[in-house]
Ligand binder design. Structure first.
Ligand code: GAR
Length: 208
């Protein structure tokens, strides 16, 4: 049984999609043992509580330095011994120590088709604002492994979403979530939980 820790910062709709997929049997061989937020007010924490999942907040505001926050975050994750850490809208740059400790065991959902609109400064609505202002006709979402860079790790799954003429960043964000993120994040977790994903020469191979 894959032991998952989910890291969140906001609304937690992707967390909800994972919870629902486990309940519906669309993700097998996996359970969420903890939800960790950097933001005390994240609605994602309420979603976890409503579902009887252990949750906690590790906020940079409670520590004297970034190094101390980084150490506390790593310590909290270690406590749960996760096989997989899922960044589901976790808007914190992970410290190198964490990435090194969990090589190949951290995945992230990003709201664009990487390598478009990703990297430093591209998160949340900013990604959709950038896609609309560039005038692309297709965007989407990507689930990828996390490495020491920003949005640069091996890609696991991607799904495209069409842009419509009257889209605003908010409308597009919702469509990308509904049509792509809430689909491919649970799918990727199910693939990993069933040992179907491997990394070969920096790229993922998905077993059929
Ligand atoms: C999602 O759109 C996710 O892709 C994005 O934050 C949102 C969180 O929503 N993540 C990033 O931009 C990471 N670079 P949620 O809290 O409702 O799941």
């Amino acid at each position: 049984m894959l032991n998952i820790a989910v890291c969140v910062s906001g609304g937690g709709t992707n967390l909800q999609a994972i919870i629902d997929a486990i309940d519906a049997g669309k993700i097998t061989n996996a359970k969420i043992s903890a939800v960790i937020s950097n933001n005390r007010d994240a609605y994602a924490l309420t979603r976890a509580k409503n579902h009887g999942i252990e949750s906690c907040c590790v906020s940079p505001k409670d520590f004297a330095s970034r190094d101390k926050f980084n150490a506390a975050l790593l310590e909290k994750l270690n406590y749960y011994h996760p096989d997989l850490i899922v960044l589901a809208g976790f808007l914190v740059v992970l410290p190198e120590s964490l990435v090194n400790a969990y090589q190949g065991k951290i995945i992230n959902i990003h709201p664009s088709l990487i390598p478009s609109f990703c990297g430093k400064g591209y998160y949340g609505l900013k990604v959709h604002e950038a896609a609309l202002s560039r005038g692309v006709k297709v965007t989407g979402a990507t689930v990828h492994f996390v490495d020491e860079g920003t949005d640069s790790g091996p890609i696991i799954l991607q799904k495209a979403v069409c842009i419509e003429p009257d889209d605003t960043p908010e409308i597009l964000q919702r469509r990308v979530m509904e049509q792509a993120e809430w689909v491919i994040l649970p799918q990727a977790i199910d693939l990993i939980a069933n040992n179907k994903v491997s990394i070969v020469d920096g790229r993922t191979v998905i077993a059929q």
